[in-house]
Design a protein around this ligand. Structure first.
Ligand SMILES: NCCCC[C@H](N)C(=O)NCC(=O)O
Length: 431
């Protein structure tokens, strides 16, 4: 794809130091948010042994995060365009803190589930607002690197939550509540970082140094249908790629490594967490490379291609799991590093929140659907340690979906590769 930025940038830009300070605050806020998102897994066992929660109840504490977002996240994206990234980051960080505190201090399951619901409602819109914040401050320079860095710090939050039983062993020794109270404390840090960002943002915004204005933008439903063809290919890739990677990696991969490749639970968990760790370093590095080479769509296509290759290697080749883990690690770092900066180039700045909101509506539906379908396929085929071949249909499903994702990335490359397409589209959106 060509390098021409279609964003209509103001002639003057915020000072670089301000941009990086805001980038750091947004990354810190994301760290807290991703930590809370992943804080249930490590206490799952304690919730079962100490509070008598069933598997379904523990599962619901995570599922309830995605469910409302199948609809609500579009509203969230529209609100980001209407009220601006800084205000929405602050408001949603407050909702997330309320959700995290309710989860940690509720005396019963329904209180905890309400807390997770509240957290989910805030967190996805919060994530859109943080992407919009980076696009505001780095639209004309180092955008992919800055977004990659912020996402990487977010992934560090996920990694931190996975590692929290080691880092906060004393808290875990006391039971299920102290680790969740720590998560609420981390959410409070996220709120403080969001408050500082909102405070710092007022100057550049009022001075007209940002591509999105100080005034609230009016939402027009018709705008939803006016994104260009390249945007829709990107949306399809987002749904297919995230559905495969999140449903497989977050739900089934550990069990699959145990049953098909004979790893014990600890080794399987570790193998899985290396994908996060790789992404912490590789996501900003790939973003930096894209900024330098001014190429986006070919990198996206390459990252999308690695996923079906990794799944095929894992399912069909007698090679070490390290090979497929490394391939998934590169894909997991490269695709997000390119996808969000590219999205900001395909639509007008004033519609960025709506565009991401629409992508995440479909993404959340896709992830839920892929989780359910993969589980059903495993049940139908009787997948287990005694019957590793039963995982075949699930792997065929994930492989097909990831190949379709690659096809969308190719179509996107051919479409967005026409040099003036994005520019024209963005101008049309802005008009
Ligand atoms: N916080 C974990 C889930 C985030 C999902 C979100 N819709 C998203 O796609 N974020 C971008 C990313 O790559 O994490």
């Amino acid at each position: 794809m060509s390098s021409t930025p279609p964003r209509t940038l103001p002639t003057a830009q915020p000072p670089r130091a301000t941009a990086w300070l805001i980038g750091a605050l947004v990354a810190l806020a994301l760290f807290g948010n991703y930590y809370v998102y992943d804080s249930i897994g490590p206490v799952a066992d304690l919730l079962q042994s100490q509070r008598g929660f069933s598997d379904s109840q523990v599962g619901l504490l995570n599922a309830i995060y995605s469910l409302p977002n199948v609809v609500l996240i579009l509203v969230g994206g529209v609100l980001v365009d209407r009220f601006g990234a800084a205000r929405m980051t602050l408001w949603t960080a407050l909702v997330c803190l309320a959700g995290a505190a309710l989860t940690a201090f509720s005396p019963n399951f329904s209180g905890m589930a309400t807390g997770r619901l509240l957290f989910g409602i805030g967190a996805e819109t919060f994530s859109i607002a943080t992407l919009a914040a980076i696009a505001d401050y780095f639209g004309g320079r180092s955008l992919a690197f800055a977004m990659g860095l912020a996402l990487a710090i977010g992934r560090l939050g996920s990694f931190g939550a996975d590692m929290s039983p080691t880092w906060f062993a004393a808290a875990y020794a006391q039971g299920w509540q102290p680790p969740l109270a720590i998560a609420a404390g981390v959410a409070a840090t996220s709120l403080l970082a969001s408050l500082a960002y909102w405070w710092l943002d007022r100057g550049p915004r009022r001075a007209g140094l940002l591509p999105t204005g100080a005034k609230a933008e009016k939402f027009v439903w018709r705008d939803l249908l006016h994104f260009g063809r390249a945007y829709w290919y990107l949306l399809a890739l987002c749904v297919l790629w995230y559905s495969v990677i999140l449903a497989f990696r977050s739900t089934y991969s550990i069990k699959y490594f145990q049953h098909v490749h004979g790893l014990d639970l600890a080794a399987a968990g570790q193998m899985n967490s290396y994908v996060f760790l790789a992404a912490v370093f590789a996501t900003p590095a790939f973003g930096w490379l894209c900024d330098r080479l001014r190429r986006y769509a070919p990198f996206l296509a390459f990252g999308a291609l690695l996923l079906p290759i990794a799944l095929a290697v894992m399912a069909l080749a007698p090679w070490s799991l390290w090979v497929s883990t490394a391939l998934i690690g590169v894909s997991f770092s490269l695709v997000p590093a390119v996808m969000w900066p590219l999205a900001s180039r395909l639509v007008a700045p004033s519609r960025f929140g709506t565009a991401i909101g629409l992508m995440w509506v479909a993404q959340n539906a896709g992830i839920s659907g892929a989780n359910l379908l993969a589980g059903w396929l495993n049940d139908q085929a009787g997948a287990s340690a005694a019957n590793p071949a039963g995982y075949g249909p699930m792997m065929a499903f994930f492989g097909t979906a990831s190949l379709l994702g690659f096809a969308c990335a190719l179509l996107l490359w051919f479409t967005a590769g026409r040099r003036h397409h994005e520019q024209e589209q963005a101008s049309r959106d802005a008009a």
